[in-house]
Design a protein around this ligand. Sequence first.
Ligand code: XIL
Length: 371
Amino acid sequence: MRKNYGDWPAKSIYRRTFLLAASAALASAQVSRADEPNETSLSQRAEKKGLSFGTQVNSGPLFSLKPYHDAVLRDASMIVPENEMKWRPTQPTERQSNYFNADRIARFAEDNALLLRGHTAVWHQNPPVWTKDIITSDEGQTVVLDHARELIGHFRGRVMEWDVVNEAIAPEDGMPDNLRNWPPYNKGGIDFIADCFHAAREADPKANLYYNDYSVYYQSQGRRRDAILSFLEKLKSRGAPIDGFGIQSHLIANAEFDENVYRRFLSQVADLGLKIRATELDVSDVRLGPDIDLRDAIVAAHTKLYLDVLFDEPAVIGLVTWGMTDRFSWLHEGWPRKDRLTQRCLPLDENFAKKPMWYAIAEAFDRAPSR
Ligand code: XIL
């Protein structure tokens, strides 16, 4: 499935910065270190600063592939299921819920004293097939709200943080308040989204409730930044119980990043009284050539650039990566390289060895101001 990246930066803008960035990045990657198994983990480094580090997990390899399972436990203090809590897998038919895989992940979190993020209750992309006609009918909002109550209620008391609503803003759809063109949003508007947050609060009063969205990092994404800020402001002013904004952080190596623009955006979100977490970090290398060292260096340099600004904002409370190892990334299918090489987009390589991106995250935590 190919994700619509909306207004990701256009290729041509970045060519001129490529060579400069590439040589700087290569220079820094020369300082490659041996992989030390007892090195301070990412979550230990994060915790020293009052931050947290987590990763997305997939129940398939988590319960069948020991090196993957061990890699998750080595670095993360928080996990979020990749797909297992989404609507389609948890309610395959109208009358039957199936929490088998989501429950296994919740138990794994408890057994290993990991915090659990819930992802996600309301998302236009994942309703089960049986909802197809209901969603577009007058019952659409009710069925979505019922689902949110049921899902969040099922995990009551066990999830630290829920992405209650995911990716509701799509300015390109031309709908009121920049809401995505999706029947429940078309009919209910922002009030409906506020209702989703109220339903979530009732279903699990202790969980922190997040709105989660993408493409707010780069120069060309100003329209999305503005739309999301005004949306969050309206949600708050209508009394929606929202605690935080999840910034997905699906980055693209070598895209033009203006740190002042991003700093300002983060502080505007913070001014709304919201916590911020980067919830799905990965760094696509689709715009880079095939050379592995160069790709790793540029991905690491981009990670550093981004995280240094992110962690400077006091409202930011942590980072979650959308996977731990290049062996498993949604980007391989969702955003494949033209040459079909495996993207080098996550902290560990396909054999679970630390890459420069791992060290870039580690050092960003080390540099981060304490909370
Ligand atoms: C992706 C999963 O990684 C894929 O396995 C699945 O096919 C589609 O969804 N933003 C989100 C995540 O909020 O839920 C998406 O996860 C990636 C983009």
